[in-house]
Design a protein around this ligand. Structure first.
Ligand SMILES: C[S@@+](CC[C@H](N)C(=O)[O-])C[C@H]1O[C@@H](n2cnc3c(N)ncnc32)[C@H](O)[C@@H]1O
Length: 370
Protein backbone atom coordinates (compact mmCIF):
# COMPACT_ATOMS: atom_id res chain seq x y z
CA UNK A 1 0.00 0.00 0.00
CA UNK A 2 1.42 3.44 -0.86
CA UNK A 3 2.50 5.57 2.07
CA UNK A 4 2.42 9.31 2.66
CA UNK A 5 5.69 11.00 1.76
CA UNK A 6 6.88 14.19 3.42
CA UNK A 7 9.44 16.29 1.62
CA UNK A 8 10.61 19.28 3.65
CA UNK A 9 12.04 22.22 1.75
CA UNK A 10 15.58 22.64 3.06
CA UNK A 11 16.40 26.28 3.51
CA UNK A 12 19.96 26.83 4.73
CA UNK A 13 19.38 30.50 5.55
CA UNK A 14 17.95 31.45 8.95
CA UNK A 15 14.25 32.23 8.77
CA UNK A 16 13.30 35.90 8.48
CA UNK A 17 10.50 37.11 10.76
CA UNK A 18 7.12 36.01 9.50
CA UNK A 19 5.86 38.43 6.91
CA UNK A 20 2.24 39.49 6.60
CA UNK A 21 1.28 37.03 3.91
CA UNK A 22 2.68 34.16 5.95
CA UNK A 23 0.67 35.28 8.98
CA UNK A 24 -2.40 35.42 6.76
CA UNK A 25 -1.75 31.84 5.63
CA UNK A 26 -1.43 30.71 9.22
CA UNK A 27 -4.98 31.84 9.89
CA UNK A 28 -6.09 29.05 7.54
CA UNK A 29 -5.87 25.34 8.06
CA UNK A 30 -3.16 23.07 6.69
CA UNK A 31 -2.38 21.25 4.49
CA UNK A 32 -3.50 23.66 1.79
CA UNK A 33 -4.36 22.64 -1.73
CA UNK A 34 -1.62 24.19 -3.88
CA UNK A 35 -4.25 26.14 -5.86
CA UNK A 36 -5.35 27.88 -2.65
CA UNK A 37 -1.74 28.61 -1.73
CA UNK A 38 -1.07 30.04 -5.21
CA UNK A 39 -4.26 32.12 -5.14
CA UNK A 40 -3.24 33.77 -1.86
CA UNK A 41 0.41 34.16 -2.85
CA UNK A 42 -0.50 35.88 -6.12
CA UNK A 43 -3.90 37.49 -5.60
CA UNK A 44 -4.44 38.17 -1.90
CA UNK A 45 -5.89 41.71 -2.11
CA UNK A 46 -3.38 43.12 0.40
CA UNK A 47 -0.34 40.87 0.36
CA UNK A 48 -0.50 38.93 -2.91
CA UNK A 49 2.24 39.40 -5.50
CA UNK A 50 -0.05 41.02 -8.08
CA UNK A 51 -1.21 43.58 -5.52
CA UNK A 52 2.22 44.94 -4.61
CA UNK A 53 3.05 48.50 -5.51
CA UNK A 54 6.26 47.65 -7.33
CA UNK A 55 7.16 47.01 -10.94
CA UNK A 56 6.08 43.47 -11.87
CA UNK A 57 6.26 43.22 -15.66
CA UNK A 58 9.09 44.74 -17.71
CA UNK A 59 12.80 45.38 -17.36
CA UNK A 60 12.43 46.86 -13.88
CA UNK A 61 10.09 44.07 -12.74
CA UNK A 62 10.45 40.31 -12.46
CA UNK A 63 9.66 39.09 -15.97
CA UNK A 64 8.96 40.37 -19.46
CA UNK A 65 6.09 39.50 -21.76
CA UNK A 66 5.82 39.68 -25.56
CA UNK A 67 3.82 42.96 -25.70
CA UNK A 68 6.52 44.58 -23.54
CA UNK A 69 9.27 43.43 -25.89
CA UNK A 70 7.85 45.16 -28.94
CA UNK A 71 4.70 46.91 -30.24
CA UNK A 72 5.10 44.65 -33.29
CA UNK A 73 3.57 41.82 -31.25
CA UNK A 74 0.30 43.71 -30.68
CA UNK A 75 0.31 45.05 -34.24
CA UNK A 76 0.37 41.47 -35.58
CA UNK A 77 -2.39 40.49 -33.16
CA UNK A 78 -4.36 43.53 -34.38
CA UNK A 79 -3.87 42.43 -38.01
CA UNK A 80 -5.06 38.89 -37.19
CA UNK A 81 -8.19 40.27 -35.51
CA UNK A 82 -8.99 42.47 -38.53
CA UNK A 83 -8.55 39.43 -40.85
CA UNK A 84 -10.94 37.46 -38.64
CA UNK A 85 -13.62 40.17 -38.74
CA UNK A 86 -13.25 40.34 -42.55
CA UNK A 87 -13.61 36.56 -42.86
CA UNK A 88 -16.84 36.92 -40.91
CA UNK A 89 -17.93 39.67 -43.38
CA UNK A 90 -18.07 42.07 -40.44
CA UNK A 91 -16.04 45.03 -39.29
CA UNK A 92 -14.15 45.63 -36.05
CA UNK A 93 -16.70 48.20 -34.87
CA UNK A 94 -19.34 45.43 -34.54
CA UNK A 95 -17.19 43.61 -31.93
CA UNK A 96 -16.70 44.18 -28.21
CA UNK A 97 -13.11 43.38 -27.27
CA UNK A 98 -12.40 41.91 -23.86
CA UNK A 99 -8.82 41.75 -22.65
CA UNK A 100 -8.19 39.57 -19.61
CA UNK A 101 -5.26 40.48 -17.37
CA UNK A 102 -3.93 43.46 -19.30
CA UNK A 103 -0.69 43.85 -17.27
CA UNK A 104 0.78 47.32 -17.80
CA UNK A 105 -1.80 48.09 -20.52
CA UNK A 106 0.85 47.92 -23.24
CA UNK A 107 -1.00 45.50 -25.51
CA UNK A 108 -4.26 47.46 -25.20
CA UNK A 109 -2.44 50.70 -26.01
CA UNK A 110 -0.58 49.29 -29.01
CA UNK A 111 -3.66 47.52 -30.40
CA UNK A 112 -5.90 50.58 -30.17
CA UNK A 113 -3.16 52.84 -31.56
CA UNK A 114 -2.51 50.48 -34.49
CA UNK A 115 -6.20 50.13 -35.32
CA UNK A 116 -6.67 53.89 -35.10
CA UNK A 117 -3.92 54.35 -37.67
CA UNK A 118 -5.85 51.96 -39.92
CA UNK A 119 -9.02 54.02 -39.32
CA UNK A 120 -10.59 51.21 -37.28
CA UNK A 121 -11.80 50.83 -33.73
CA UNK A 122 -13.85 48.26 -31.79
CA UNK A 123 -17.31 48.93 -30.39
CA UNK A 124 -15.80 48.69 -26.91
CA UNK A 125 -12.48 47.66 -25.40
CA UNK A 126 -13.12 46.14 -22.00
CA UNK A 127 -10.42 45.16 -19.54
CA UNK A 128 -10.89 42.71 -16.69
CA UNK A 129 -7.94 42.96 -14.35
CA UNK A 130 -7.66 41.50 -10.84
CA UNK A 131 -4.67 43.59 -9.77
CA UNK A 132 -5.40 47.11 -8.49
CA UNK A 133 -1.83 48.45 -9.08
CA UNK A 134 -1.75 47.01 -12.63
CA UNK A 135 -5.15 48.56 -13.32
CA UNK A 136 -3.65 51.94 -12.34
CA UNK A 137 -0.71 51.33 -14.71
CA UNK A 138 -3.19 50.53 -17.47
CA UNK A 139 -5.16 53.73 -16.85
CA UNK A 140 -2.00 55.86 -16.97
CA UNK A 141 -0.82 54.20 -20.17
CA UNK A 142 -4.15 54.41 -21.99
CA UNK A 143 -4.63 58.07 -21.07
CA UNK A 144 -2.04 58.80 -23.73
CA UNK A 145 -4.56 57.73 -26.41
CA UNK A 146 -6.75 60.32 -28.18
CA UNK A 147 -9.96 61.02 -26.20
CA UNK A 148 -12.29 59.46 -28.76
CA UNK A 149 -10.41 56.15 -28.53
CA UNK A 150 -10.05 56.29 -24.76
CA UNK A 151 -13.85 56.67 -24.65
CA UNK A 152 -14.19 53.11 -26.00
CA UNK A 153 -12.15 51.68 -23.09
CA UNK A 154 -13.90 50.40 -19.98
CA UNK A 155 -12.52 48.61 -16.88
CA UNK A 156 -14.87 45.98 -15.52
CA UNK A 157 -14.87 44.00 -12.25
CA UNK A 158 -16.58 40.86 -13.46
CA UNK A 159 -17.27 39.16 -16.76
CA UNK A 160 -19.60 41.26 -18.89
CA UNK A 161 -23.09 40.21 -20.04
CA UNK A 162 -23.54 38.34 -23.30
CA UNK A 163 -23.22 40.23 -26.59
CA UNK A 164 -23.64 38.91 -30.09
CA UNK A 165 -20.06 39.48 -31.28
CA UNK A 166 -17.06 39.46 -29.01
CA UNK A 167 -13.31 38.87 -29.18
CA UNK A 168 -11.44 37.85 -26.03
CA UNK A 169 -7.67 38.19 -25.79
CA UNK A 170 -5.47 36.92 -22.99
CA UNK A 171 -1.70 36.97 -23.11
CA UNK A 172 -0.08 34.90 -20.35
CA UNK A 173 -3.25 34.76 -18.25
CA UNK A 174 -4.24 31.08 -18.29
CA UNK A 175 -0.80 30.21 -16.89
CA UNK A 176 -1.48 32.61 -14.01
CA UNK A 177 -4.68 30.81 -12.92
CA UNK A 178 -4.18 28.99 -9.61
CA UNK A 179 -3.48 25.29 -10.23
CA UNK A 180 -3.64 22.11 -8.20
CA UNK A 181 -0.64 19.80 -8.38
CA UNK A 182 -0.29 16.09 -7.97
CA UNK A 183 1.42 13.00 -9.26
CA UNK A 184 0.06 10.05 -11.18
CA UNK A 185 1.25 6.67 -9.86
CA UNK A 186 0.87 3.17 -11.29
CA UNK A 187 0.27 0.81 -8.39
CA UNK A 188 -1.60 -2.48 -8.07
CA UNK A 189 -2.36 -2.48 -11.82
CA UNK A 190 -4.15 0.84 -11.82
CA UNK A 191 -3.58 4.59 -11.86
CA UNK A 192 -3.57 6.49 -8.58
CA UNK A 193 -3.48 10.21 -7.82
CA UNK A 194 -1.51 11.79 -5.02
CA UNK A 195 -2.28 15.48 -4.49
CA UNK A 196 0.75 17.60 -3.62
CA UNK A 197 -0.21 20.07 -0.93
CA UNK A 198 1.47 22.75 1.16
CA UNK A 199 1.99 22.22 4.87
CA UNK A 200 3.52 24.41 7.58
CA UNK A 201 5.75 22.79 10.20
CA UNK A 202 8.43 24.25 12.46
CA UNK A 203 8.00 27.66 10.88
CA UNK A 204 8.56 26.38 7.37
CA UNK A 205 6.31 25.83 4.42
CA UNK A 206 6.89 22.42 2.93
CA UNK A 207 5.44 20.11 0.33
CA UNK A 208 3.38 17.20 1.47
CA UNK A 209 2.28 14.43 -0.87
CA UNK A 210 -1.10 13.14 0.18
CA UNK A 211 -1.96 9.49 0.53
CA UNK A 212 -2.64 8.30 -3.06
CA UNK A 213 -6.26 7.65 -4.08
CA UNK A 214 -7.28 5.10 -6.72
CA UNK A 215 -9.04 7.70 -8.89
CA UNK A 216 -7.85 10.53 -11.10
CA UNK A 217 -8.99 14.19 -11.02
CA UNK A 218 -11.84 14.72 -13.50
CA UNK A 219 -9.66 16.92 -15.77
CA UNK A 220 -7.28 14.08 -16.69
CA UNK A 221 -7.63 10.50 -17.88
CA UNK A 222 -5.16 7.63 -18.24
CA UNK A 223 -3.62 9.18 -21.36
CA UNK A 224 -2.06 11.88 -19.13
CA UNK A 225 -0.58 9.35 -16.73
CA UNK A 226 3.02 8.23 -16.32
CA UNK A 227 4.41 6.69 -13.16
CA UNK A 228 5.49 9.47 -10.73
CA UNK A 229 4.65 12.21 -13.19
CA UNK A 230 3.83 15.56 -11.58
CA UNK A 231 1.18 17.57 -13.40
CA UNK A 232 -0.47 20.95 -12.84
CA UNK A 233 -4.25 21.24 -13.24
CA UNK A 234 -5.67 24.78 -13.45
CA UNK A 235 -8.40 24.92 -10.79
CA UNK A 236 -11.99 25.49 -11.98
CA UNK A 237 -10.74 25.74 -15.58
CA UNK A 238 -13.89 24.39 -17.14
CA UNK A 239 -16.12 26.72 -15.05
CA UNK A 240 -13.94 29.69 -16.05
CA UNK A 241 -14.11 28.74 -19.74
CA UNK A 242 -17.89 28.26 -19.50
CA UNK A 243 -18.26 31.69 -17.90
CA UNK A 244 -16.23 33.22 -20.77
CA UNK A 245 -18.38 31.33 -23.29
CA UNK A 246 -21.47 32.89 -21.68
CA UNK A 247 -20.24 36.38 -22.66
CA UNK A 248 -20.85 35.90 -26.39
CA UNK A 249 -22.96 34.25 -29.05
CA UNK A 250 -20.35 34.48 -31.82
CA UNK A 251 -16.71 35.23 -31.65
CA UNK A 252 -13.15 34.40 -31.05
CA UNK A 253 -10.85 33.90 -28.10
CA UNK A 254 -7.09 34.23 -28.52
CA UNK A 255 -5.03 32.64 -25.78
CA UNK A 256 -1.27 33.10 -25.83
CA UNK A 257 0.87 31.19 -23.36
CA UNK A 258 3.99 29.18 -22.78
CA UNK A 259 2.40 25.90 -23.86
CA UNK A 260 2.98 22.41 -25.18
CA UNK A 261 1.18 19.17 -25.95
CA UNK A 262 0.87 16.57 -23.22
CA UNK A 263 3.20 14.03 -24.84
CA UNK A 264 5.97 16.62 -25.04
CA UNK A 265 5.44 17.82 -21.46
CA UNK A 266 5.36 14.27 -20.12
CA UNK A 267 8.72 13.71 -21.70
CA UNK A 268 10.39 17.07 -21.05
CA UNK A 269 8.89 17.87 -17.61
CA UNK A 270 8.10 14.65 -15.68
CA UNK A 271 8.57 16.65 -12.45
CA UNK A 272 6.05 19.29 -13.47
CA UNK A 273 6.40 22.71 -15.02
CA UNK A 274 5.95 25.04 -12.05
CA UNK A 275 8.20 28.12 -12.35
CA UNK A 276 8.79 31.21 -10.20
CA UNK A 277 10.13 34.53 -11.48
CA UNK A 278 11.95 37.03 -9.31
CA UNK A 279 14.03 39.86 -10.76
CA UNK A 280 14.35 38.06 -14.09
CA UNK A 281 15.74 34.89 -12.60
CA UNK A 282 13.79 31.66 -12.64
CA UNK A 283 13.57 28.83 -10.12
CA UNK A 284 11.12 26.11 -9.12
CA UNK A 285 10.32 26.80 -5.46
CA UNK A 286 7.02 28.66 -4.86
CA UNK A 287 7.33 28.18 -1.09
CA UNK A 288 9.89 30.99 -0.74
CA UNK A 289 9.63 34.75 -1.52
CA UNK A 290 5.89 34.42 -0.96
CA UNK A 291 4.06 37.47 -2.31
CA UNK A 292 7.30 38.71 -3.85
CA UNK A 293 7.61 36.47 -6.92
CA UNK A 294 5.45 35.32 -9.79
CA UNK A 295 4.33 31.68 -9.92
CA UNK A 296 3.43 30.14 -13.25
CA UNK A 297 3.40 26.85 -15.19
CA UNK A 298 3.23 25.66 -18.77
CA UNK A 299 -0.15 25.33 -20.35
CA UNK A 300 -1.00 21.74 -21.23
CA UNK A 301 -2.70 22.05 -24.63
CA UNK A 302 -4.44 18.65 -24.44
CA UNK A 303 -5.81 19.34 -20.99
CA UNK A 304 -7.02 22.77 -22.10
CA UNK A 305 -8.53 21.32 -25.30
CA UNK A 306 -10.66 18.84 -23.34
CA UNK A 307 -11.91 21.59 -21.01
CA UNK A 308 -12.64 23.91 -23.96
CA UNK A 309 -14.78 21.20 -25.54
CA UNK A 310 -16.67 20.71 -22.31
CA UNK A 311 -17.34 24.45 -22.15
CA UNK A 312 -18.70 24.44 -25.71
CA UNK A 313 -15.74 26.15 -27.39
CA UNK A 314 -14.09 24.96 -30.59
CA UNK A 315 -10.27 24.93 -30.63
CA UNK A 316 -9.59 26.01 -34.25
CA UNK A 317 -5.80 26.15 -34.29
CA UNK A 318 -2.61 26.04 -32.28
CA UNK A 319 0.32 27.95 -33.78
CA UNK A 320 3.75 28.76 -32.48
CA UNK A 321 4.21 32.44 -31.70
CA UNK A 322 6.80 32.66 -34.50
CA UNK A 323 4.42 31.18 -37.08
CA UNK A 324 1.60 33.46 -35.96
CA UNK A 325 3.72 36.63 -36.08
CA UNK A 326 5.30 35.78 -39.42
CA UNK A 327 1.84 35.10 -40.87
CA UNK A 328 0.47 38.36 -39.60
CA UNK A 329 3.01 40.81 -40.92
CA UNK A 330 5.91 41.06 -38.46
CA UNK A 331 8.33 41.31 -41.38
CA UNK A 332 6.30 43.77 -43.43
CA UNK A 333 7.78 46.96 -41.96
CA UNK A 334 9.69 49.03 -44.44
CA UNK A 335 13.06 49.19 -42.69
CA UNK A 336 14.64 51.35 -45.42
CA UNK A 337 13.24 54.61 -44.07
CA UNK A 338 14.52 53.87 -40.56
CA UNK A 339 17.76 55.03 -38.99
CA UNK A 340 20.40 52.36 -38.30
CA UNK A 341 19.73 52.26 -34.57
CA UNK A 342 15.93 51.86 -35.04
CA UNK A 343 16.50 49.17 -37.63
CA UNK A 344 18.81 47.33 -35.27
CA UNK A 345 16.31 47.63 -32.39
CA UNK A 346 13.41 46.28 -34.47
CA UNK A 347 15.51 43.42 -35.83
CA UNK A 348 16.48 42.54 -32.27
CA UNK A 349 12.82 42.63 -31.12
CA UNK A 350 11.74 40.40 -34.03
CA UNK A 351 14.51 38.00 -33.11
CA UNK A 352 13.37 37.83 -29.45
CA UNK A 353 9.74 37.26 -30.41
CA UNK A 354 10.31 34.68 -33.12
CA UNK A 355 13.53 32.79 -32.49
CA UNK A 356 13.05 29.09 -31.67
CA UNK A 357 15.42 29.34 -28.71
CA UNK A 358 13.54 32.39 -27.40
CA UNK A 359 9.78 32.87 -27.39
CA UNK A 360 9.13 31.79 -30.97
CA UNK A 361 8.53 28.07 -30.45
CA UNK A 362 7.73 27.85 -26.75
CA UNK A 363 4.84 30.26 -26.82
CA UNK A 364 1.73 29.17 -28.64
CA UNK A 365 -1.29 31.06 -29.87
CA UNK A 366 -4.55 29.18 -29.52
CA UNK A 367 -7.48 30.36 -31.65
CA UNK A 368 -10.75 29.34 -30.07
CA UNK A 369 -14.14 30.13 -31.52
CA UNK A 370 -17.84 29.73 -30.89
C1 LIG B 1 1.66 37.22 -16.40
S1 LIG B 1 0.65 38.60 -16.29
C2 LIG B 1 0.41 39.01 -18.02
C3 LIG B 1 0.04 40.47 -18.22
C4 LIG B 1 -0.17 40.94 -19.64
N1 LIG B 1 -1.21 40.20 -20.31
C5 LIG B 1 1.11 40.90 -20.44
O1 LIG B 1 1.20 40.10 -21.36
O2 LIG B 1 2.01 41.68 -20.14
C6 LIG B 1 -0.90 37.90 -15.80
C7 LIG B 1 -2.05 38.90 -15.75
O3 LIG B 1 -3.28 38.20 -15.60
C8 LIG B 1 -4.04 38.83 -14.58
N2 LIG B 1 -5.01 37.80 -14.13
C9 LIG B 1 -4.78 36.65 -13.48
N3 LIG B 1 -5.91 35.93 -13.31
C10 LIG B 1 -6.88 36.64 -13.92
C11 LIG B 1 -8.28 36.42 -14.13
N4 LIG B 1 -8.90 35.34 -13.65
N5 LIG B 1 -8.98 37.35 -14.81
C12 LIG B 1 -8.37 38.46 -15.29
N6 LIG B 1 -7.05 38.73 -15.12
C13 LIG B 1 -6.33 37.83 -14.46
C14 LIG B 1 -2.98 39.32 -13.61
O4 LIG B 1 -3.45 40.26 -12.71
C15 LIG B 1 -1.98 39.90 -14.62
O5 LIG B 1 -2.37 41.15 -15.10
Amino acid sequence: MPTTQRKPYHNKNPLPPLNNIKKKFLEGSFPLDFADFMRQALYHPQYGYYHQNKPIIGNLGDFITAPEISPLFSQCLGNAIISYTQQKKSSLKEFCLLELGAGNGTMAFDLLYHWNQMGKRPKKYQILELSAPLRENQKKKLQQLPDEILATVEWIDQLPPKVDKRIIIANEVVDALPCSIGSTLYLDNQWWWSARKVDYQQQQFLWIDEQPKPSLPEEIDESFCQHKRIIEIPQHLSAWLSALRQTMDNGLMLLIDYADYDTALKHSHPNGTLRCYHQHSVHTNPLINIGNQDITYHLNIDLLASQLKKANWCLDSVQTQAHFLLNNGIQDINMETLKDQQRWQLANQIQQLTSPSGMGERYKLLMVSC
